[in-house]
Each structure stands twice: as structure tokens, then as C-alpha cells.
Design a protein. Structure first.
Length: 82
């Protein structure tokens, strides 16, 4: 299944437990986000995975951002007074 607005992000229960991934690979959006969060640049991630290019990396980021905006739950701050 392709996601509307995302040309390279797909999900299929037969691959990667249905997690969103880059089409034609078993590289999940979550994996890409983990590499970026760990300090790698988009260029470094693409260099490590020849099937990816920087457009794939940025599409994974956009996909994650798009899906997070509807899942935000405001947290109450703990009271600092005693």
C-alpha cells in the first residue's frame, strides 16, 4: 500500500511486519529516523544504504512528521511547588 502524498513510502504486512518502509527495500521509516536521531546526516545514511538516496531520507522524515502531528497529546507539567 502506498500512502497518499508519499511516492516511496509503502507498507505491506508481508514485509517488515507491515511497518512503513522505503519501497523496494526492507529499510523502515523508523530505522531511518533512528539513524538521524543518532547523529548521522541524510547523506551518511544514504551512503551506508546504496538503495537509498537523500530524497528517500527526507521523504521518510516528512512521512514521520505528517503522522506525528495528529498524534500529539499535550502533557501536563509536574508542579514544582511543594
Amino acid at each position: 500500500m502506498h500512502f497518499v502524498g508519499f511516492n516511496r513510502i509503502v507498507a505491506d504486512p508481508a514485509y517488515c511486519d507491515g511497518q512503513p518502509r522505503i519501497e523496494g527495500t526492507r529499510i523502515t521509516v523508523a530505522s531511518i529516523l533512528s539513524y538521524l536521531a543518532g547523529g548521522l546526516s541524510a547523506e551518511q545514511v544514504a551512503a551506508e544504504y546504496p538503495k537509498l538516496n537523500t530524497k528517500d531520507i527526507y521523504e521518510a522524515l516528512a512521512f514521520a512528521a505528517s503522522h506525528m502531528k495528529d498524534r500529539f497529546v499535550p502533557l501536563r507539567l509536574a508542579s514544582t511547588s511543594k
